[in-house]
Ligand binder design. Structure first.
Ligand code: CO
Length: 134
């Protein structure tokens, strides 16, 4: 059911420092910061040959990654995103298997303008999983 790894999202306490490290030390192609107020994050996209890295930094008081950074002050992997062809079919299959879908259960428009869903980390070996329809 799942396809390519679309991205790995890393929450970072200092977006500029993390961007510089990926650009200058790791030699990656690093984009410019983009505010996404409806998701409560500022994102820097990093294009790798086979996938993407997204550096996430909280935007606003209600940011969903604020608590994560309080627990992980140095930053850390926040979620991984797999591509699916039909997100509603994927959701129904996962619900039938007993997995928990976060929020209302209806796909939302994600950071790339495509429908996404998040799955409960306790159901997936401690990893927050995002599904994105491509
Ligand atoms: Co994501």
């Amino acid at each position: 059911m799942i396809g390519r790894l679309n991205h790995v999202a890393i929450a970072v306490p200092d977006l500029e420092a993390a961007s510089a490290q990926y650009r200058d030390t790791l030699g990656a192609r690093v984009g410019t910061p983009q505010d996404e107020p409806e998701h409560g994050v500022t994102v820097v996209f990093i294009e790798l040959p086979n996938t993407k890295i997204e550096l996430l930094h909280p935007l606003g008081e209600a940011s969903p990654i604020k608590g994560f950074l309080e627990k992980n002050p140095a930053g850390g992997i926040h979620h991984i995103c797999y591509e699916v062809e039909d997100i509603r079919a994927a959701r129904d299959r996962l619900l039938a298997a007993g997995a928990r879908v976060l929020g209302s259960g209806e796909p939302r428009t994600g950071a790339h303008g495509k429908p996404v869903l998040f799955l409960h980390p306790k159901d997936f070996t401690g990893t927050l999983v995002e599904l994105e329809e491509v």
